[in-house]
Design a protein around this ligand. Sequence first.
Ligand code: BG6
Ligand code: MG
Length: 217
Amino acid sequence: SIKAFLFDLDGVIVDTAIYHYQAWKRLANELGFDISEEFNEQLKGVSRMESLDLILAHGGLTLSDDKKNELATQKNQWYLELVSRMTSDDILPGVPAFFAQVRQAGLLTALGSVSKNAPMILERIGMSDAFDAIIDGTKISKGKPDPEVFTKGAAELGVSPAECVVFEDAVAGVEAGKRGGMFVVGLGSSDVLTQADLVAPSLETLTVEQVLEKASV
Ligand code: BG6
Ligand code: MG
């Protein structure tokens, strides 16, 4: 039976996905090309350096490691400027109500994010205490679609993958959950999140009961 819910952060709990996109777009523009929203789907859930590699390949650029580190640092500075004004008002619709139901149901929770900024973001939105375990980009060696971020979360909670449900807005994140042997709820479009076991537009349109019912068949 299901014992734990594992949540991605960016694009699931809080709308930071848009800020990652804006910062990467600004970087691409400075390098002389553009990235579309459609291209950005590939970047969601992917680590900072792997995202940069995908963007540079998209623009047809090959750069030294020193230059790449400089660009990744620049992107992160722009991202930090964008998120510095965030508050608990930026928590996505439906999240507080859904978490209340999760607690009511006695389920364990973990954060599974490849972002190194995740603890700072949780602090800003006042959700640092909402999780029983927090796995972020500093605790993993492989980003999504590798399942490490979720399997580590399950291990820290002391549950098996089959007892977990993952909530994800990213193609790479859905794949990570599936490769980890978990039931995956995709939040977004079913045309994009084709590997998810269940898709909903956001947590606002789901109840814990519905998820448990679907995940338990
Ligand atoms: C993921 C985001 O949560 O974290 C990606 O979906 C981002 O867009 C990745 O690249 C790494 O984040 P950070 O904050 O460590 O650069
Ligand atoms: Mg995400």
